[in-house]
Design a binder for this molecule. Structure first.
Ligand code: NAD
Ligand code: AKB
Length: 322
């Protein structure tokens, strides 16, 4: 068996922390090198190697890939939808240049595989709202969505032109309790748990009837690893796969939390993130991922809410010294 050496870029982020820990379980702690611009996340400390690195510095990245004997890269560094609208040029620059740096180095160093996530943000107001299919009208209106759509086609190009085995998922909004989200439009679905447990009240920045596609982090990590471990012959999509797990509105997730915390009260004050949410589909058709490599979610709304409240509750109790 070929020994894999994996570099995770953006390892201190919402997905990076959990993905790095999951990859370390599979490939061995020493073989998964975590890297980020910011400091090492506490949950990663002591679990394996960490390198402080700016993915925009291509030379430094290249040196690390050679020095560490890297065979696979997971590129998670990005600016998400909400921050992207505040600084469109920065979002475009980071989201595009980081991917081109990684794809070029993958070509030069014959890396075995590259993972780069896209998002449901590729879809825009002209895409179907319900069960949005893999291939459809795609006219994103956020800079984040534009960068993801362009990135998908760079992945496709490097695969077909240079044979790079680059794979990608269009994640929905991700819900997790281990590491904080990085300023996206779907972040309300994480914040709401913190506020329910700590304050028993929450002011939501989206309207109560805003349906969005969402996924619990354990499903997202499993989907990523299953995609990356699938036989290459099963991967028919080299742009990015639709994947889905659940769709709900703020009102519905609030009601699901109220079943556990009856005193929890939610008010609504939509802000600049509402038009971003309104431009995205409400639900996703992921038939192609299910057929190609057997994707199936494990968590729907009720099970996710129960698991989040239990685990986040335990974590907050530890943080508060109880
Ligand atoms: P995040 O913001 O939590 O993490 C990104 C990490 O990248 C941060 O730790 C940040 O410090 C790091 N980073 C930023 N600039 C860097 C640079 N120049 N060099 C090195 N590291 C840098 O984001 P996330 O939620 O973990 O998202 C990871 C990927 O998944 C992104 O591509 C994002 O678009 C995609 N995605 C996330 C979601 C979600 O709901 N979390 C949904 C769809 C797609
Ligand atoms: C965001 O809201 O920006 C992300 C995403 C859906 O890509 N969570």
């Amino acid at each position: 068996m070929i020994k894999e050496r994996i570099l995770v870029i953006g390892a201190s982020g919402q997905i990076g922390v959990e993905l790095t820990l999951a990859l370390r379980k599979i490939y061995g702690n020493a073989n998964v090198i975590a890297s980020d611009l910011r400091e090492e996340n506490d949950l990663l400390k002591g679990t394996g190697p960490y390198v402080s690195m700016d993915v925009m510095n291509k030379e430094m990245l290249h040196v690390q890939v050679i020095r560490q004997g890297i065979t696979q890269i997971y590129l998670l560094a990005a600016i998400l939808s909400a921050t992207g609208e505040k600084n469109p040029h920065l979002a475009w620059s980071l989201n595009m240049q980081s991917l081109l740096n990684v794809l070029d180095i993958a070509k030069e160093e014959n890396l075995h595989k590259v993972y780069w996530p896209s998002s449901i943000a590729v879809f825009g107001p002209t895409s179907p709202k319900q069960n949005c299919p893999q291939q459809t009208i795609i006219e994103p209106t956020t800079v984040y969505g534009i960068s993801k759509y362009a990135g998908e086609f760079w992945c496709n190009y490097y695969h077909h032109r240079y044979g790079i085995d680059v794979r990608s998922l269009r994640y929905p909004g991700l819900i997790s309790y281990k590491s904080a989200p990085g300023a996206g439009t779907t972040d309300y679905a994480v914040e709401i748990f913190h506020e329910a447990l700590e304050e028993k009240k929450y002011k939501c920045f989206l309207r109560e009837d805003t349906y969005l596609p969402m996924m619990y982090m354990p499903d997202a990590i499993r989907a990523t690893i299953e995609l990356m471990e699938a036989d290459a012959s099963k991967i028919s999509v080299r742009t990015s796969y639709n994947i889905s797990a659940m769709s709900f509105s703020p009102k519905e997730i609030a009601a699901a939390i109220q079943k556990h915390i009856p005193a929890f009260a939610v008010s609504y004050k939509p802000d600049y993130r509402q038009p971003i949410a309104d431009s995205w589909p409400q639900s996703i058709d992921d038939t192609v991922a299910r057929k190609d490599w057997g994707w199936k979610e494990e968590f729907a709304l009720e099970r996710m809410v129960k698991d989040m409240l239990e685990n986040l509750g335990n974590q907050l109790a530890i943080d508060n010294g109880q």
